[in-house]
Design a protein around this ligand. Structure first.
Ligand code: ATP
Ligand code: MG
Length: 315
């Protein structure tokens, strides 16, 4: 439904998107996760024909966003960052205006406005001036606008930003519901949000895709980055040598203070060295006061890999 092939975007000398490729199949919600300045909005603007890529190609619903942009736009609904709306218009007035721009006739518009008002739980708020609505309600008017022409694909750029916790919860469940009928690409820098809302996640940092997959697949990828942290009392040199010799250990960093030795053990892929570490300490008669996995959550992984990317490609 969405195909992105080797897309790059330069703003003058700045490479905001660096040769990214991904495919999104029909249906479901795909999260586009990355820190500030990662290139999420830039990619979304390219996909929604708001700006051209510097190189590469992209298509939505089978239509090239550069060469068949009108066709691609007919099949895409876009909620940009900061939901641009006209505050002096009423919600229904705004949607009529937007429907006219899309070439919809009045009966078609009336039917569509009723449909999106229901789907976005707008109720009577739709007939109030947009400027009088809360941020959450305005966000829903923006979503209603994106859905007015019943597009196959919805591109939503940080749809929950600035909302209160109740509105966030409601918006997330609305997006999940939308994923049943549409293909939704949702950007966010909130990990928890994509874990909750999305079937699949693409992680982007400094313009590059650094991981993608379902939450389970990502869990597997990042568990390779997890380290075992242990604090053991004993002779540091002997301990370092003993730990290094354990079969599942790739590398170990050792810091000693007050007689306690802190070990940061990087295991070989698919090895859990905690039991061996425990056995080693007990066989030597060393006291052990801590043993834990570090970097075992998706959040740890996200923080680590995005920080590495930002350091090597400061934007
Ligand atoms: N029109 C522009 N002209 C110049 N630089 C731009 C422009 N738009 C974005 N950038 C730069 O491109 C990089 C990527 O920006 P982008 O808005 O795509 O990031 P983002 O992932 O959406 O970040 P955020 O989470 O803050 O919205 C940033 O360094 C940004 O400053
Ligand atoms: Mg953005």
């Amino acid at each position: 439904m969405i195909r992105v092939e080797n897309v790059s975007k330069k703003y003058g000398p700045l490479l905001a998107v660096d040769n990214i490729s991904f495919h999104v199949e029909r249906g479901g919600v795909v999260g586009f996760l990355g820190p500030n300045g990662a290139g999420k909005s830039t990619t979304m603007k390219i996909l929604t024909c708001f700006q051209p890529a510097t190189s590469g190609s992209a298509s939505v619903a089978g239509f090239d966003v550069f060469k068949q942009s009108l066709e691609a736009r007919r099949r895409t609904g876009y909620l940009p960052e900061n939901t641009p709306l006209y505050p002096e218009m009423r919600g229904d007035e705004f949607l009529h205006f937007r429907g006219k721009l899309r070439g919809m006739q009045r009966p078609q518009r009336l039917e569509a406005i009723k449909r999106v008002t229901d789907r976005c739980w707008l109720g009577d708020f739709i007939s109030r001036p947009i400027g009088h609505l809360s941020k959450g309600m305005r966000q829903r008017v923006g979503l209603a606008d994106a859905m007015l022409h019943d597009p196959d694909v919805l591109v939503l750029d940080e749809p929950t930003i600035g909302l209160d916790p109740n509105q966030i919860r409601e918006t997330r469940s609305l997006i999940k519901e939308l994923g049943e009928r549409h293909t939704v690409l949702l950007s966010s820098h909130i990990l928890h949000e994509v874990e909750q809302t999305c079937d699949r996640t693409i992680i982007i940092a400094a313009g590059k895709i650094i991981a993608s997959g379902s939450t389970d697949e990502l869990q597997k990828q990042f568990s390779a980055h997890a380290r075992v942290i242990a604090e053991i009392k004993g002779p540091a040199d002997e301990m370092a040598a003993g730990v290094k010799a354990l079969p599942g250990v790739q590398d170990v960093e050792v810091t000693a203070s007050d007689g306690w030795v802190r070990l940061a053990v990087s295991p070989k892929p698919d090895h859990d060295v905690r039991e061996d570490l425990f056995k080693l300490a007990t066989s030597k008669g060393w006291s052990l006061r801590e043993i834990r996995l570090e970097g075992a959550t998706l959040e740890d992984f996200f923080v680590k890999v995005t920080a590495e990317q930002q350091r090597s490609h400061p934007l």
